[in-house]
Design a protein around this ligand. Structure first.
Ligand SMILES: *[C@@H]1O[C@H](CO)[C@@H](O)[C@H](O)[C@H]1NC(C)=O
Ligand SMILES: *[C@@H]1O[C@H](CO)[C@@H](O)[C@H](O)[C@H]1NC(C)=O
Ligand SMILES: *[C@@H]1O[C@H](CO)[C@@H](O)[C@H](O)[C@H]1NC(C)=O
Ligand SMILES: *[C@@H]1O[C@H](CO)[C@@H](O)[C@H](O)[C@H]1NC(C)=O
Ligand SMILES: [Cu+2]
Length: 671
């Protein structure tokens, strides 16, 4: 090898930033390949039956092992292990595998009646079946459509009280495209196709009625399809960071201002944030807040009981995967110009790993708001004004599960807050109808939604986004505090007031004391560490603050979708930490029967006082559509905040210094 080539090679490699790997890093493409190869060549499965992978992710690392490694990272890290759900010969296998030794540690068969995530490949295969099925081709003709203008998609079927062991089914729904890409606006109403995924065969077909397929005109949302006059818009806005970015990313470890955390990708959960820790002013130490957090389930029940709609009660995390349906974020529009992007990799059903480019973006946000301000008029002869800009760090991902797009933001604030926001946008799931005007709808007919356009109903539904939050506030043993606001009556005439309110704080002893319905009583809800105090003696803690979106399920308790999502009647639950209890509607959500859900675990009524605890927070929306949601929904946001509450000695932002105007590139842009 000549010197020049050596030099080039050296140059190439010296330019690759060497990032430290972390035990919580997501599985790499080569690890995913090793895992699949090891299992395929293991002799555990019959070679005659196809072997398909439905989940491959990093196995949970024992918390004590990880924390002990973190306390001295020069020791060897915990071994890289994977958790796998695979199917073969009509059976679901759960496997644990050690990656470095390529050895299968355990292999058990799931015996319940519910099923793992659907793979993308089988959804595609099932959606293609109708096109080789004569009755369906006749149905297309009956609706005056060409098969090249029709697309189909696979929808999970739910569970409606069957007691026999279930088959792995999906229902196929079909839509017309033609002169639009907005397929959900053009349903082929009346048709139900039931497919057995294991046999990959149509089991049942019905075409009950024909209503007009809504027209394509006015439904396409692509900019190139819009014609003048164009709609409302201001002047373009961009972000300038004259001194560069304020955060750094080392592999998957991110640090910014007073925060440090780890960001990982999981095919089921999407973003997983771990070890989020924050620093007090003048302190070296980062104190842990959130050991691990992710979206555990996303339940979307539609509210129309007819044959073609009743089963639409989706669990987007456990059936489809927020990570699997993550979109590649578009620079400049999904995330601002100052964003950095990370990729994600998932294992396919039976092939090479897939990359999702730009699955996350990370950026500093300044929206023109202040983090605090005060104008003091009270000192004679002076007006004192101090304002500090609010700059925060956002981690964003978008999951486009079918028609809906969920923009999922984790916002870290210098105040010590973490804000969890979900934005709903995308396309409504629409229902075909013969109605073209509201006046045709008879009074006693329940549309189960609203007429949004000719032949188009937007069906009522909900979105319940449930976060798993393994909080470890400044340490491992935490407690849940309900601070109820109680009105005190002044009856003894000792002062002119007749009443006032005060906080009555109580630590929840067991899980039954920690099932919270916000409407039940005015209260503050905190997670505290009673073993750690501020200098003046308060327990360090964080409290939950909701930012809209506190809807809870309105279904009756005996309704099957409600049984499957029994936790959606309360916004907040606290349970004892258990490594097996991660998925709000169960590890196997597809066709689940509600036997592995938060509300069931919580019935054990374990002690949660001064223990390792997990909080489950559900962001909920009732969605009754309006015409502005057609043909595409303007975004609608809601969420909550975890706000330090006696965690710091005082407001950490007192020491923030304001912007220095002279830093801005063009002083002519100044007001
Ligand atoms: C960290 O672990 C290394 C290797 O085991 C050991 O040599 C070192 O003394 C440890 N450091 C501390 C601070 O415990
Ligand atoms: C947490 O509490 C348990 C008792 O519930 C105790 O055994 C353990 O030492 C505590 N751990 C810490 C880190 O305080
Ligand atoms: C942990 O959770 C699983 C699943 O809910 C349960 O079977 C097991 O008994 C739990 N373990 C403890 C110690 O509670
Ligand atoms: C603003 O920044 C400039 C350049 O760094 C510096 O020279 C100047 O002293 C700063 N002004 C104030 C008021 O801090
Ligand atoms: Cu909606």
């Amino acid at each position: 090898m000549d010197l020049q080539l050596l030099f080039i090679i050296f140059f190439l490699f010296s330019n690759i930033p060497l990032s430290k790997s972390h035990p919580l890093d997501p599985l790499t493409p080569s690890e995913l390949t090793i895992i699949q190869q090891t299992i395929k060549t293991s002799n555990l499965f019959l070679s005659s039956a196809p072997l398909t992978f439905h989940y491959i992710g990093l196995a949970d690392i024992d918390k004590h092992v990880l924390l002990s490694w973190l306390s001295n990272t020069s020791n060897s890290p915990p071994p890289r292990r994977a958790f796998i759900i695979a199917r073969s010969g009509h059976q679901t296998h759960e496997l644990h595998l050690d990656i470095s030794t390529k050895s299968i540690i355990s292999n058990t068969i799931h015996t319940g009646s519910s099923f793992p995530l659907l793979s993308l490949e089988e959804q595609t295969a099932a959606s293609n079946l109708p096109f080789n099925y004569t009755p369906f081709m006749n149905s297309i003709k009956k609706r005056g459509l060409k098969s090249s203008d029709v697309v189909c998609a696979a929808f999970t079927v739910g569970w409606f009280g069957e007691v026999k062991k279930s088959k792995r089914l999906v229902k196929i729904l079909c839509f017309a495209t033609g002169d639009t890409v907005n397929l959900y606006a053009r349903p082929l109403e009346g048709i139900t196709i039931v497919v057995d995924l294991d046999l990959m065969k149509i089991l049942d077909y019905t075409d009950r009625f024909v209503v007009p397929v809504p027209v394509a005109g006015g439904t396409d949302y692509r900019s190139k399809k819009q014609k003048p006059p164009f709609g409302p818009r201001g002047k373009p806005v961009t972000v300038v960071q004259p001194e560069g970015k304020g955060f750094s990313i080392d592999g998957h470890s991110i640090s910014w201002a007073n925060w440090k955390f780890h960001l990982s990708y999981d095919v089921r959960a999407g973003a997983v944030i771990s070890l989020a820790s924050v620093q007090e002013n003048d302190e070296e130490l980062h104190r842990l807040v959130l050991y691990k957090g992710f979206i555990s389930e996303l339940f979307v029940p539609y509210q129309d009981p007819v044959k073609e709609w009743y089963f639409r009660t989706f669990f987007d995390v456990g059936e489809y995967g927020l990570g699997l349906f993550a979109a590649s974020l578009q620079p400049l529009t999904d995330c601002p110009v100052n964003a950095k992007f990370l990729d994600g990799y998932y294992a396919t059903q039976d092939g090479p790993p897939m990359r999702i480019k730009n699955v996350f973006c990370v950026f500093e946000r300044y929206s023109g708001d202040s983090a605090w301000r005060h104008t003091e008029f009270g000192i004679p002869g002076k007006v004192i004004t101090e304002v500090r800009p609010e700059i925060s760090l956002i981690v964003r991902m978008v999951s486009a599960v079918g028609n809906y797009d969920y923009v999922i933001d984790w916002e870290f604030k210098t105040s010590g807050s973490i804000k969890f926001m979900v934005t709903l946008t995308g396309v409504l799931e629409m229902k075909g109808t013969s109605y073209t005007h509201v006046k045709q709808v008879e009074k006693d007919i329940d549309l189960c939604g609203s007429l949004l356009a000719k032949n188009t109903i937007g069906v009522n539904h909900d979105h319940f986004i449930t976060y798993y939050l393994d909080l470890d506030i400044d340490g491992y043993n935490n407690s849940f505090v309900k601070a109820k606001m109680k009105t005190i009556k002044v009856t003894d005439g000792s002062n002119p007031r007749k009443s006032y309110w005060t906080l009555v704080k109580k630590i929840a002893e067991t899980e039954m004391d920690a099932r919270i319905k916000f409407e039940a009583e005015p209260a503050e809800y905190l997670v505290v560490n009673t073993n750690k105090k501020t200098k003046i003696g308060n327990d360090v803690g964080y409290r939950f603050i909701n930012h809209g979106a506190t809807a809870i399920s309105l279904l009756s308790d005996d309704d099957y979708p409600q049984i499957r999502a029994g936790y959606t009647k309360k916004q907040l639950w606290v349970t004892a930490y258990n490594v097996s209890e991660k998925w709000a509607a169960g590890l196997y959500a597809d066709e689940s029967r509600g036997d592995d859900t938060i509300n069931i675990w919580s019935q054990r009524n374990r002690v949660i006082k001064n223990k390792d605890i997990v909080a489950w927070y559900t962001v909920g929306f009732h969605h009754a559509p309006y015409q502005e949601d057609f043909p595409l929904m303007p975004s609608l946001s809601g969420g909550f905040e975890l706000r330090p509450s006696n965690f710091f000695e005082n407001n950490p932002l007192i020491k923030t210094i304001p912007f220095n105007e002279t830093h801005w590139p063009k002083s002519t842009d100044k007001p």
